[in-house]
Design a binder for this molecule. Structure first.
Ligand code: ATP
Ligand code: MG
Length: 394
């Protein structure tokens, strides 16, 4: 019965002159999301609203599910379309609609008419009254409540002459359409945190690229595949992601050889940031994103975060900075990355990790240790960059 969805968007409606940019981005993201659904869809803007039309057969649940991943959408309204054949016929249509959508017993309701078609012969208030009366006559258990109705019946008299009837507003994910706030480089590991961090940044309209550091043969092909899978799990929200896979083995072995072992993790993390920033600059990202949160592990104390941050010129966004692990897990379950994240494959950081890593690194000492790496490290970094594999994940 539903061939059309009306898409409600919140925050983006208040962006003044930029409004059309936001709407266009939202239309683009919706089209992209629906590519993965069975069916043929047209997405269009009309009179300050966005609609999705479903041509022919389509899967209602699947379609709604995909729309619920598109940032910028606050509500998805399944719409019944009717032709304008007079107010009597409209009453019939509204009753059919209600019977299909609700088990009507003792609810309260209200009719709200929007008369975009100014040639429609009856004023909207009067349409409300006429339809309200029809509903009361048909369903004696119902009552009108104009302040807090349980059922809102929306009737839109469109300029095209068509009439749209809807009631349910299925919640969308909120946020802003991806692509309206530039691009950022996510440091994506196989863990629980970084996919959640990526999700949160793209919720604010930021497009994502990603960088993953692996250490073959110490880390396996399966560990890499897990990261590709995590990136793919983000794509319903983020759109396609360009994933840079950096071979970090020689850099890690060299740091291991030259630097005090309790400083390994910090120095490794500093090199990760440098390399990720290189790709970020090269590909137009404006910031780095990590899944760090204060105090979670030795490399995420305030001192460690400061030492890692010091090598970056770009802002580093850490959307999980104040989150407890359980709060992060809750989001990862919601966005369906958790099950993949907990697969037990080795991680390049844990393989070379010291028994007692420094928890309060002194930046001068760290820098002194790094000087021992001399020019050879620059060459290793250069090689790592040149041999990086990029994977287009969608
Ligand atoms: P996560 O669950 O995201 O792996 P974590 O709790 O394991 O995080 P760390 O291993 O200290 O924490 O990593 C902190 C952050 O550094 C990660 O959230 C991620 O952004 C980045 N990072 C760590 N390891 C890698 C890696 N191998 N490749 C890319 N980024 C990484
Ligand atoms: Mg990790």
């Amino acid at each position: 019965m539903f061939k059309t969805f009306l898409i409600k968007y919140g925050e983006i409606a208040i962006k003044g002159k930029n409004r059309h940019l936001f709407e266009d981005a939202l239309v683009r993201q919706i089209r992209h999301a629906l590519k993965k659904c069975d069916g043929t869809f047209t997405v269009y803007k009309e009179q300050g609203r966005i609609f999705v039309n479903c041509e022919g057969e389509y899967d209602y649940e699947e379609t709604v599910g995909h729309l619920q991943h598109v940032f910028g959408i606050v509500g998805i309204c399944p719409v019944m379309q009717a032709e304008d054949k007079g107010i009597e016929a409209l009453g019939d249509d509204v009753l059919t609609f209600l019977k299909n959508v609700y088990d009507l017993e003792h609810q309260t309701f209200k009719v709200h008419t929007r008369r975009a078609n100014k040639r429609y012969p009856i004023e909207s208030m009067e349409v409300n009254a006429i339809l309200g009366e029809r509903i009361l006559r048909e369903f004696p258990g119902l009552k009108v409540d104009v302040h807090h109705p349980e059922i809102m019946v929306y009737v839109e008299l469109r300029e095209s002459g068509k009439i749209f009837i809807y009631s349910k507003i299925i919640p969308g994910p909120g946020g802003m359409p991806v692509g309206t706030n530039g691009k950022a480089m996510l440091l994506l590991s196989g863990g629980i945190d970084s996919p959640v961090a990526g999700y949160m940044i793209c919720k604010r309209g930021v497009k994502l690229d990603a960088t993953y550091f692996h250490a073959p043969p110490y880390t396996s092909e399966r560990a890499k595949q897990k990261v590709v899978d995590l990136a793919r799990k983000l794509t319903p929200y983020a759109g396609p992601i360009n994933l840079h896979v950096v071979n970090f083995t020689d850099i890690q072995l060299y740091i291991y050889e030259k630097c005090p072992h309790d400083e390994l993790t910090i120095i490794m993390r500093r090199y990760m940031m440098r390399i990720a920033e290189h790709f970020a600059k090269e590909t137009g990202s404006l910031a780095l994103v990590t899944g760090e949160s204060i105090g979670q592990v030795a490399s995420q104390t305030m001192q460690s975060l400061a030492a890692t941050n010091a090598v970056c010129e770009m802002p580093v966004f850490r959307p999980l900075i104040g989150f407890d692990k359980q709060e992060i897990i809750d989001i990862s379950e919601k966005i369906d990355t958790y099950e993949t994240s907990i697969l037990p494959y080795e991680d390049c950081c844990t393989i070379f990790v010291a028994k007692h890593p420094v928890t309060k690194p002194n930046i001068h000492i760290i820098e002194a240790s790094e000087r021992k790496l001399d020019e050879k490290i620059d060459e290793l970094v250069k090689t790592a960059i040149e041999t990086t594999e990029t994977i287009w994940v969608e």
